[in-house]
Design a protein around this ligand. Structure first.
Ligand SMILES: [Fe+2]
Length: 163
């Protein structure tokens, strides 16, 4: 690709991005699963929140996949390939309670965020500014914000007593 980057640099970025893609597709699907299966007194707010986050993850999926292609790589796409590559643990097929859903999502965000920091640094060191920017401005920022919104559901808030 005539984009001013050495083939070796592109190849390394493609590797990092494909891992991020497999994990992002998995997190998107995890949000959809939880969007459908959530229950309890926080059903409505979580049903909406999980869907919003799934849509935002879906936008990241497209951004990451298209950068892989423009770097001359091939984006991982199909579920069986994604399942083999992702580092996010596979949830059971059935329903889980809200606290379990939340901790699963937070664990997935953390896996992606740790890889993001490493990927951003590796891309920066190699001179691939575009991949560094994608990791920082898109993947990292989105995941940090979503992790905050989800984690606020498990903050130990003292019960307010009316007098
Ligand atoms: Fe829906």
């Amino acid at each position: 690709m005539p984009i001013g980057l050495e083939p070796k640099v592109c190849q390394k970025s493609v590797e990092l991005l494909n891992q991020a893609l497999a994990d992002t597709i998995t997190l998107r699907d995890l949000y959809k699963k939880h969007h459908w299966q959530v229950s309890g007194h926080t059903f409505y707010q979580l049903h909406l929140l999980f869907d919003k986050h799934a849509e935002e993850q879906n936008e990241l999926v497209d951004l990451i996949a298209e950068r892989i292609q423009l770097l001359g790589g091939v984006s991982v796409a199909m579920a069986p390939d994604v399942a083999e590559m992702t580092r996010i643990p596979r949830p059971p097929i059935g329903r889980e309670e809200v606290p379990v859903q939340v901790s699963r999502l937070l664990e997935a965000h953390e896996i992606i965020l740790r890889a993001c920091h490493e990927g951003a640094k590796a891309a920066d060191d190699a001179g691939d500014d575009g991949t560094n920017d994608l990791f920082v401005s898109d993947v990292m920022r989105t995941n940090e914000l979503q992790a905050w919104f989800v984690s606020e559901h498990v903050v130990d808030t003292p019960v307010v007593k009316a007098k």
